[in-house]
Design a protein around this ligand. Structure first.
Ligand SMILES: NC(=O)CC[C@H](N)C(=O)O
Length: 444
């Protein structure tokens, strides 16, 4: 996926206004199907229920897994998050689409030295969207198209006019459910049980990870390697905005081959069952045993750290998806204070077991204050290691920024190692010096 991002990077020879005109023309020329309020659609759940409403977006039928999100904003960020791959995203917020969709590639929307997209990847990643009431008209100063037009361009079906409260209640009771979103002729025909496609059987990470190694912000003072399990662009932005150079590797690249060239290792988020990533966990185990520089993982990255440490991962009933998930810190580290509750952005179906005893050298870092699931693991002080994993998304996009300083903490730790090995650390620590309040307010 990120290799595709690179290919869409703006050629330097074109001016900003020419690029803007070109990308707007692309948007306009690709809207294939006008919104048709009379086209029916039905969401079939494998558990036996069907919900009929109206189609929007691409008039195509698809299989996937229905999951619900309680986020009240940021549908564009959620839909472009690669961790939603193969899922039908059911929004509990009734009105979706009212602020339209921005131009993902407009140069003026991009962060200098960051990834070449405004949203979380170069296109829609979820399999479809389920909403109570899609907005046919939109209003936002950055919007260039409607939710219908955007979904249509990307071949993604949507359904509107269905009772998302009833669907969510079913998903809470029965768990995330294999589904078919059927559009147009024959939409009411229920598929046979054997027809439902189960995405958890596939290695979805391999479908979204970069195929090539590349570097963002090559002049950054601290060199971070990032294993790409399906990285959200805001993770890359959060690192480069804090001055790091970020070299992105495919998820199963053996980092041990190049680890001497880097000051820290980052493991990204990514879709699907973490058991498909055992190869990465084995490589990581060797890294942790033989390398003493900082390692930080988010969501899938956190799960891979847990597997490397010897923890088990399990499938939750309906997972946690939304922007208001409270997590309780059990340990202090950097800006994180034990005993505090942080409100976090989340999108996951799997979690690490809270094993007793915890693997030697590790301790639980955070617990979810709603369901007590493991929200973070870290190496103990006595272990001499610096390894952190969090199930939630400190980079948000969308969601609250309560834990955004974990990126500064990670880079601060990487830079302190550089100091020990003779590389000068700016007074007060680069991590603090490079972040201004205005950056925070700008929503980084
Ligand atoms: N956002 C993520 O990285 C998701 C992790 C994993 N695929 C899960 O669903 O639990």
């Amino acid at each position: 996926m990120l290799s595709l991002l690179r290919q869409t990077a703006a050629p330097a020879a074109l001016g900003r206004s020419a690029l803007r005109a070109r990308s707007l023309a692309t948007v306009a020329s690709k809207s294939l199907n006008p919104f048709n309020p009379n086209l029916p659609a039905t969401l079939h759940l494998k558990t036996g229920e069907s919900f009929t409403g109206r189609s929007f977006g691409a008039p195509v039928s698809r299989f996937g897994e229905s999951v619900f999100s309680t986020s009240i904003t940021s549908y564009t960020e959620s839909m472009t998050d690669p961790s939603y791959r193969s899922q039908f995203l059911v929004f509990t917020t009734p009105l979706i689409g009212n602020y339209g969709v921005p131009d993902n590639f407009a140069p003026e929307n991009l962060v200098p030295n960051g990834p070449p997209v405004m949203l979380e990847s170069n296109g829609i990643q979820c399999a479809g969207v389920v909403v109570a009431d899609v907005a046919e008209r939109y209003s936002h100063y950055q919007a260039v198209e409607s939710l219908h037009e955007w979904c249509d361009r990307h071949g993604i079906p949507g359904i509107t006019g269905v009772d998302t409260r009833a669907i969510t209640t079913l998903l809470r009771t029965n768990g995330s459910t294999l589904s078919k979103l059927a559009v147009g002729d024959g939409h009411e025909a229920r598929p046979a049980d054997s027809e439902y496609w189960d995405p958890s059987t596939e290695n979805l990470v391999d479908q979204v990870s970069t195929r090539e190694v590349y570097t963002l912000n090559p002049d950054g003072d601290v060199k971070i390697a990032l294993l790409d399990f399906g990285a959200k662009a805001n993770i890359l932005r959060s690192l480069t905005r804090r001055g790091a150079s970020v070299t992105v590797f495919p998820w199963n690249y053996d980092f041990n081959k190049v680890r001497d060239e880097f000051d820290g290792l980052f493991l990204s988020n990514g879709p699907g069952d973490p058991k498909h990533c055992m190869e990465a966990a084995h490589n990581l185990r060797k890294t942790i045993d033989e390398w003493d520089k900082p390692i930080f993982g988010i969501c899938m990255g956190h799960q891979v750290i847990g597997l490397a440490a010897g923890l088990e991962a399990y499938r939750m009933r309906f997972g946690n998806r939304g922007h208001n998930q409270p997590v309780l810190a059990l340990a202090s580290s950097g800006n994180i204070k034990a005993g505090r509750v942080y409100v976090t952005s989340q999108n996951h179906q799997y979690a690490l077991e809270l094993q007793e005893p915890f693997p030697q050298g590790y301790e639980p870092f955070f617990l979810n204050a709603n369901d007590a699931s493991v929200e973070g693991v870290k190496s103990t002080q006595e272990s001499g290691k610096r390894v952190w994993g969090v199930q939630f998304h400190p980079e948000s996009a969308g969601g609250p920024l309560d834990t955004i300083h974990m990126f500064s903490d990670f880079l601060h730790s990487c830079r302190s190692t550089m100091k020990n090995s003779g590389v000068a650390l700016p007074a007060g620590g680069m991590a603090k010096a490079s972040i201004k309040l205005t950056d925070f307010e700008a929503g980084l």
